[in-house]
Design a protein around this ligand. Structure first.
Ligand code: CTP
Ligand code: ZN
Length: 161
């Protein structure tokens, strides 16, 4: 049993996103489009000790099973996270996130003249993952780099409404 469990109780139904890099829990909430106004009970724990990561964040959302389609976006913010679907207090499903070597159709190239940004071109964005820690991507069309803070900015910005 991990130490933070003393501070946050187990949930009956919902989702636990575990092993989030320390300090990224708020970005994860943004990505999930959770503002607190939806009425879900949410527990957010930041900077707790973890054997695997040293220090980590954890997000628990009661009565919501997060959409698996969000996982590839989540991988960009929390590449080592684990998604636990909880049903009747038990871990019903555990999914490890994986950051693929190529990230397509999620991020926008920061080069305004990149061919992937031209509206008359039917080209989806495509980046190669150059480094996972710290995150660094390279556009497959114009070779422009995208760094971690630019990625987070795009993902968080997209989720605002
Ligand atoms: N959890 C919860 N409510 C439950 C069951 C589990 O909040 N009813 C949380 C646990 O606190 C933990 C995560 O879900 O943060 C995963 O639970 P579990 O698989 O039991 O823990 P570990 O074995 O430590 O997970 P891992 O191997 O992924 O580190
Ligand atoms: Zn480009």
């Amino acid at each position: 049993m991990e130490e933070y469990e003393m501070k946050v109780t187990k949930i009956k139904n919902g989702t636990v996103i575990d092993h989030i890099p320390a300090g990224k829990a708020l970005s994860v909430l943004s990505l999930l489009e959770l503002t607190g106004k939806e009425g879900y009970t949410i527990a957010l724990v930041m900077n707790v000790k973890s054997r695997k990561l040293g220090i980590k964040d954890v997000v628990k959302v009661e009565n919501l099973e997060i959409n698996p389609n969000l996982l590839n976006r989540l991988a960009l913010i929390a590449p080592e996270a684990t998604i636990n679907i909880i049903r009747d207090y038990k871990v019903y499903e555990k999914r490890k996130i994986a950051l693929q070597d190529v990230v397509e159709n999620i991020l926008k190239c920061n080069n305004p003249t990149c061919i992937s940004r031209q509206y008359n071109e039917p080209i989806i964005s495509s980046f190669r993952v150059i480094s996972k820690k710290p995150l660094k991507l390279k556009c497959n069309y114009c070779m422009r780099y995208l760094n971690e803070s630019e990625v987070i900015e795009q993902i968080v910005e997209r989720s605002k409404f």
